[in-house]
Design a protein around this ligand. Sequence first.
Ligand SMILES: Cc1cc2nc3c(=O)[nH]c(=O)nc-3n(C[C@H](O)[C@H](O)[C@H](O)COP(=O)(O)O)c2cc1C
Length: 391
Amino acid sequence: MKKRLIVIFAFVSILGGLFIWLPSGVSTKAAVRLSAKTLHMEKGQAYKLKLKNAKSSKKAVWSSSDSTVASVKKGKVTAIKEGSAIITAKYGKKNYECTVTVSGGTKDTLIVYFSATGTTEDAAEKIQKITGADMVRLQPLKAYTSEDLRYSDSECRANKEQAADSKPSIATVIKNLDRYKTIYLGYPIWWGKEPGVIRTFLSKYSMEGKTLIPFCTSGSSGISGSMQHIRDMAEGATVKAGKDLTRSSEKDIEEWIGKEAGTADSSDKKDEKTETDMRLKIGNTEVTVKWEENESVAALKEMAKTGPVTINMSMYGGFEQVGPIGKSLPRNDVQTSTSAGDIVLYSGDKMVIFYGSNSWSYTRLGKITGMDGSQLKDLLSGGDVTVVIEN
Ligand SMILES: Cc1cc2nc3c(=O)[nH]c(=O)nc-3n(C[C@H](O)[C@H](O)[C@H](O)COP(=O)(O)O)c2cc1C
């Protein structure tokens, strides 16, 4: 009897200790939720949605708003035809929803975006209207409340996440990311850079071999402060110059897509490539260049025909990157005042790319287009770069 009392006492003490240890106000009960709030898949694919933290998830009643698009049975979602449907799990008195989009499996461009208050979503929708690309909205596992976004409060959730460069969990599953070659990646600027949801996305999904086209909306900061992070995180991707689309009209966006981002379908883009096109990458950022029509550029093109021309450049003078081409090209030097974006031939065998200006005797090779002075500075003034030129 005495022994039993001691055991009971010990058990009660442990429990008591637990209660004392738990800070008041911390609930031990996690909220019931679905394993995904957004699900993007392709015809024929299946995905098992789970009702997390439910005591008896088997009691959930599953339904689809359009079972010709996506059907559901005990949480197993099957993609049937292109379109979108809402899958609902009714559990107790509550409904838990997941938006499913089914792609037709023919497109190679995807728009992926995060938008807390709808502005970036507007821009994403315009891009979709123009390109006809598939589209996915990234959903954080825990939705942001207006308190979470009150950035005048240094303790608000968004500010704390930005200060810590954290990666909040997301409740978006993209089953078929492999099939897309080009990704438009959209986000609002938070404290000068990309929000945590974007960091989570880039750490969860491989961008290897893809072309990434970042776009943002912002109060005024623009996209440049986020670009280096995006480049670093999107390992193995070609990252194009990003664009702030705040207040851009559909016409502005159409122009941007046509000129700078390339057409949505990258296979079309290859077809459209003309004889004079030469691609130039600075690090892993592909930039658009308007090449001069002269014999120096023609010789460079000949060089690039035999394989990529790699130039290891160093920063010089606080206004340029310069490096050896590996061969002398025909030159026709004239006294030139350069500005940001200019590409010139220096002493016949070196290439110079400017993010500031200088006056010297050079042969013009081309000019980087579609990037403003601060974007060019951001790209070129952070340390030595490797430039690759390809036909
Ligand atoms: C936490 C937070 C931080 C922000 N930081 C900036 C900033 O550094 N620079 C800026 O121009 N705008 C900033 N903004 C404004 C948003 O970038 C802008 O309103 C954006 O268009 C919102 O896009 P959305 O509606 O898609 O969420 C911030 C907004 C929030 C909520």
